[in-house]
Design a protein around this ligand. Structure first.
Ligand code: YXS
Length: 259
């Protein structure tokens, strides 16, 4: 049973997340399919890719597949983690990727959406950054994705509360490019893609890459990076991290002890 649908209309590729039973959780299998689709679109010189879920969905994506998170003693968001690979694939794709969003966007799926170049949302869209709900120590490049997408104080509110923000507020903050009525979302997004396709793809591609390089150009010394990794290890080796994962699996509210 395919976990995504894809189509190529002229120079516009579309990837549809299609695993509603798991609320489009970003499992290794789903990520492999999406990255494969992106590579296929790059080979066919697609000038825009739209990343979406099925029309009318209440959950765009529930984020990282929690069942695939390690139970401690290993960085849950290391370089080779599927979510990390997917974010890099979106950022390095040689043309704009538009996230077209209906429904809830949770956890690592927020980073996926924010890593896309443009976001067009229906009023039903919400965005919740949830590491603190599970006890996960998000990783450095992931935090940079959030900081490049939202004002610092908003990132702090989203990370510390793990509560969703609305599409309307996200648009007001500039996190989302446009919010349009659900019945107009597809046509609006297609129109945006069409506008981009009329312009010079080489110019767009190199300007996208420049912005990726400039947005990621943060001086963090090896000493500071190693300090951060040491702090993160304390978190993913903590009882609270294990409790967060356990509580999710047992469908109950976690009880965090601070240890
Ligand atoms: O009970 P069954 O077997 O039917 O499975 C349920 C859920 O367990 C499953 N599911 C997931 N499985 C793995 N990973 C997930 N992230 C995930 N989310 C859901 O899908 C089946 C239907 O879920 P259910 O009954 O809860 O659906 P619902 O419509 O009542 O609620 C939809 C959600 C999205 C509000 C709810 O499923 C939910 O809160 N999911 C978790 C959202 C979340 O906390 N995501 C963060 C994942 S961890 C992550 O992304 C990063 C590592 S971090 O934490 O750092 O951000």
């Amino acid at each position: 049973m395919p976990l995504i649908e894809t189509k190529l209309d002229g120079a516009v590729g579309t990837i549809i997340l299609d695993n509603p039973e798991r609320r489009n959780a970003l499992s290794a299998e789903v990520v492999e399919d999406v990255i494969g689709a992106l590579m296929g679109f790059a080979d066919k010189h697609a000038r825009v890719v739209i990343l979406r879920a099925q029309p009318g969905t209440t959950v765009w994506s529930a984020g990282h597949d929690v069942n695939e998170l390690p139970e401690g003693r290993r960085d849950p968001l290391g370089w080779d983690d599927p979510l990390r690979a997917l974010v890099r694939a979106i950022e390095e794709f040689p043309a704009p990727v538009i996230a077209m969003i209906e429904g809830g966007v949770w956890g690592g799926a927020c980073e996926l959406a924010f890593a896309c170049d443009l976001i067009v949302a229906a009023p039903s869209a919400t965005f919740a950054v949830t590491p603190a709900k599970l006890g996960v120590p998000y990783n450095v490049t992931g935090m940079l994705t959030f900081l490049n997408a939202c004002p610092l104080r908003v990132v702090k509110e989203m990370v510390f509360t793990a509560k969703p923000i609305s599409a309307e507020r996200a648009e007001r903050l500039g996190v989302v490019n446009r919010v349009v009525p659900a019945e107009e979302l597809e046509a609006f997004t297609q129109g945006l893609a069409w506008d981009i396709c009329q312009n010079a793809p080489l110019s767009i591609s190199v300007m996208k890459e420049q912005m990726r390089m400039l947005a990621g150009a943060h001086p963090m010394s090896p000493r500071r990076f190693e300090r951060v990794q040491g702090l993160r290890r304390i978190v993913y080796d903590s009882e609270d991290y294990a409790e967060g994962i356990r509580a999710f699996r047992e469908k109950r509210v976690p009880k965090f002890s601070g240890h």
